[in-house]
Design a protein around this ligand. Structure first.
Ligand SMILES: [Fe+2]
Ligand SMILES: [Zn+2]
Length: 459
């Protein structure tokens, strides 16, 4: 043992988010000229050969730590030990968690100014610029707590902020933890959607955040006290992102009119449906704002399409298989446009998770499937529609002026009962935006929270 270095840091808290600097690590340096050390992590008695930056050499290897994005990362854990393994680099964190990053993954995600444009934070590095078997010659923890890796090709060194690595760890549990919770519901869960104050949402980011988390989790929410103006719905949707224009316009009206272009603008009942299943990319979010409701009837209906899918999978697996694999054809029978799309009613991803439903009774085009599939498709659709009318699955409530429902148009089915407006009008304003906009706004709000937490801590 030629030398012995002890790295230790300060432990503290920033508001709700604990911040832990590097925990005590005993590094027994055996060869400082090549940055090779043996690290004995106390309490776990793990001996690993790693490299570490000494104070004298750190500056020469890496000039500054950056991340390949504009986010702020708060260090909750520090890197206790680093080991270069065949194919990957293993990190042991101060809470005992182990992360493994493949050599090519680390090289691909180098955040330096040669690899990522520091103005745009977009990659300039190309995979083909390095050999497929690129691997670290040396790797270690800097005094600032970052991971530094010197590569076998290109005389290149990467430095990764520890908190960024932790946030991007791809061990199975970490990947599961990053999946947003989506909770299904029915009429036994609540009688109206989770409700928030529209004026607060317009004025306050904390209220906006609370509402959007509920919208992402449940796919259906209600605001009250939204100003009864023609443009207020655009202001609400604009708090999330860009409003999507369609052939119905940017903001549109739902009311009974003499020459309707859609069944929505009649006084007919509307079976539970999503809007625009006729489009290749059906809108992700829909907003309906009540400006007037003097009509008799016209109760609003919301059904969790993901809940129906769960029941269909459990009660009728053969119909579930049909609805997830055989496409129906959808058509918008308009005088000036002709939108059509074919898709299974229940759309799943590669893991079999339901990602969207696509159904609208009055937008069904003639079924176009192989002859032998026709009867089983009709049988499966019959069960779906029967389920969507089950009272225990339907929320039924009456709009008051100033109410606004916001829902995931690819998850929550909406509808209404028949109404008569001879004594007064039922007038809703509507618009669409996308799931992308919701997720982007939530990430921006969370980024801002982290940035303010760091600023408040004076770091
Ligand atoms: Fe609709
Ligand atoms: Zn680089």
């Amino acid at each position: 043992m030629a030398d012995c270095a002890i790295c230790c840091g300060v432990t503290g808290t920033w508001g709700l988010l604990p911040v832990v600097s590097p925990a005590p690590v005993i590094a027994q340096v055996t060869n400082t000229s090549q940055f090779i050390v043996h690290v004995l992590v106390s309490e776990r008695f793990r001996l690993a050969e790693i490299t570490i930056h000494t104070v004298e050499n750190r500056g020469a290897m890496v000039e500054e730590v950056t991340t390949p994005d504009f986010d702020t990362y708060i260090a909750e854990q520090s890197i206790d030990a680093v080991e270069i393994c065949p194919g990957w680099v293993e990190l042991i964190w101060s809470d005992g968690q182990i992360s493994r990053f493949h050599h090519i993954w680390l090289r691909d995600n180098c955040p330096c100014a040669d690899c990522v444009h520091q103005g745009t934070k977009e990659q300039m590095f190309e995979l083909v610029a390095v050999p497929a078997d690129i691997h670290p010659l040396r790797a270690g923890v800097t005094a600032a707590g970052s991971l530094a890796v010197n590569w076998s090709s290109g005389d290149h060194t990467s430095e990764f902020e520890a908190a960024w690595l932790r946030a991007n760890c791809y061990r199975d549990q970490a990947r599961r933890d990053r999946v947003h919770q989506q909770i299904t519901w029915d009429a036994n869960t609540w009688s109206v959607p989770p409700t928030f104050d529209g004026l607060a949402v317009l004025a306050d980011d904390a209220a906006l955040y609370e509402w959007l988390i509920a919208l992402r989790t449940y796919g259906a929410t209600r605001l009250r006290n939204v100003p009864c103006t023609d443009i207020a719905i655009g202001d609400i949707a604009g708090r999330i992102g860009i409003v999507r224009e369609t052939n119905f316009g940017v903001l549109w009206d739902v009311w009974s009119e003499p020459n309707p272009v859609t069944n929505a603008n009649t006084a007919l009942p509307l079976p539970p449906h999503v809007d625009l299943p006729t489009r290749e990319y059906q809108p992700g979010l829909q907003f309906l704002h009540c400006l007037e409701n003097e009509a008799i009837g016209g109760d609003s209906i919301l059904v969790d399409g993901f809940r129906i899918a769960e029941l269909m999978r459990d009660e009728h697996p053969e119909h579930y298989l049909t609805l997830t694999t055989v496409p129906w054809s959808w058509a918008n029978r308009a005088t000036t446009t002709d939108y059509r799309w074919r898709s299974p009613l229940i759309v799943t991803n590669g893991d079999g998770v339901v990602t969207e439903v696509r159904v609208g009774n009055w937008l069904r085009a003639p079924l176009d499937v192989p002859f032998d599939d026709v009867e089983r498709v009709y049988a499966a659709y019959r069960v779906w529609f029967e389920m969507s009318y089950r009272p225990e699955l339907q929320l039924r409530f009456r709009f008051q002026p100033g109410d606004l429902i916001a829902f995931d148009n690819r998850r929550a089915l909406h509808g209404r009962s028949e109404f008569t407006d001879v004594g007064g009008r039922r007038h809703l304003r509507g618009c669409y935006t996308e799931r992308d906009e919701l997720h982007s706004r939530l990430r921006m709000l969370e980024r801002d929270m982290r940035r303010r937490a760091v600023a408040a801590a004076g770091i």
